[in-house]
Design a protein around this ligand. Structure first.
Ligand code: TYM
Length: 329
């Protein structure tokens, strides 16, 4: 079986519908045909300041949502990154073959450090993509399903793997990004030209998987649209309506053109009500199942620990191969 790897930050505890549509929908589908490994990337999370107590809780909360959304921890490997030391170890090795200029071109660092101020941004935030490359390469990954904001990091991973192999002999599998074009990016409901993100200024435009159903419906009813009053996709002129169409289409599996026809002559109110129903039907059971899992943290920790042991075995073997290739050990 080909191997798949992907990860998600525990940043806010609750995942949002962009994570669900952009990433987890693909993971859920692909775990059938792939040997899949998924991580909660807490080492990535600490590249920006975190409250220790909150972080520990968020890691569990995110893991519970993965499982609730359909990642099966007895079929796929689901673990917490910091439980496997090889991530940090391989990241160090890869940092020695990454150019400073090359790392400086990563747009996510540029965005995030601009928001924090260049002096406040940590060196860890700068080397973040190298740690991500280590995650992927440790598992001999063939496919990396991500939203399109992570594509540049996967490209860097490919470059580093190719470079390492050329210098030190065949060691790493060169992975490919897998990006679902239509759903690769879900936007903020209040500011539909900005990607939906945990770091947005207000949470009115953010649909969280742990939001109560009434809150989800309310946020969708208040989503920004436009004055045209026609339900049709147009990313430039109608970003709000287009975003809602993407969400509805991804959840129901109905192609956007078919939705446009169905809502011909209808008001935005009716359209939004249908989007709200579809989102609630998808998200409410995930929320309930996640809360159930969180009610028994000991059981959740047991699942994560046994999965981490499985992950460690693979990761240690790859790290050893890499160390030996460069003359260590
Ligand atoms: P993160 O935690 O920001 O996001 C997790 C996944 O969700 C996707 N995503 C979105 N998709 C569509 N619309 C959105 N608005 C949206 N927001 C987020 C992301 O593309 C991602 O697939 N660096 C990664 C985590 C990571 C990783 C890895 C991923 C660490 N190591 C190894 C893959 C392989 C990140 O910060 O994702």
């Amino acid at each position: 079986k080909p191997r798949l790897y992907s990860g998600m930050q525990p940043s806010s505890g609750s995942l949002h519908i962009g994570n669900l549509i952009g990433a987890i929908f693909q993971w859920r589908r692909m775990q059938e045909e792939y040997d899949a490994t998924f991580s909660v990337v807490d080492l990535h999370a600490i590249t920006v300041p975190q409250d220790p107590k909150v972080l520990r809780e968020q890691v569990r909360t995110v893991a519970a949502q993965y499982i609730a959304a359909g990642i099966d921890p007895s079929r796929s490997v689901l673990y917490v990154q910091s439980a496997v030391p090889a991530h940090a170890q391989l990241a160090w090795v890869l940092s020695t073959i990454t150019g400073f200029g090359e790392a400086s071109r990563m747009t996510q660092f540029k965005d995030k450090s601009a928001r924090q101020g260049a002096d406040a941004a940590s060196v860890g935030l700068f080397t973040y993509p190298i740690l991500m490359a280590a995650d992927i390469l440790l598992f001999d990954t063939d496919a990396v399903p991500v939203g399109d904001d992570q594509k540049q990091h996967v490209e860097l991973t490919r470059d580093l793997a190719t470079r390492f192999n050329a210098r030190f002999g065949d060691t790493f599998v060169v992975p490919k990004p897998v990006i679902q074009a239509e759903s690769a990016r879900i936007y903020d409901l209040q500011e539909p030209t900005a990607k939906m993100s945990k770091s947005a200024a207000t949470d009115k435009g953010l649909l969280s998987l742990l939001d109560e159903p009434t809150k989800v419906a309310k946020k969708i009813r208040s989503a920004v649209t436009d004055m045209e009053g026609v339900v049709r996709a147009d990313r430039e002129q109608k970003p709000g309506v287009t975003n809602l169409l993407t969400i509805l289409s991804s959840i129901t599996g109905t192609p956007v053109p078919e939705l446009e026809t169905r809502f011909e002559g209808q008001q935005y109110g009716a359209f939004k009500a249908e989007v709200a129903d579809a989102v609630v039907a998808e998200v409410a059971p995930i929320r309930e199942r996640a809360l159930e899992l969180l009610a028994d943290p000991a059981e959740l920790d047991r699942i994560l620990a046994s999965n981490a042991a499985r992950a460690s075995e693979v990761a240690e073997a790859t790290l050893d191969r890499a160390y030996r290739a460069i003359g260590l050990r």
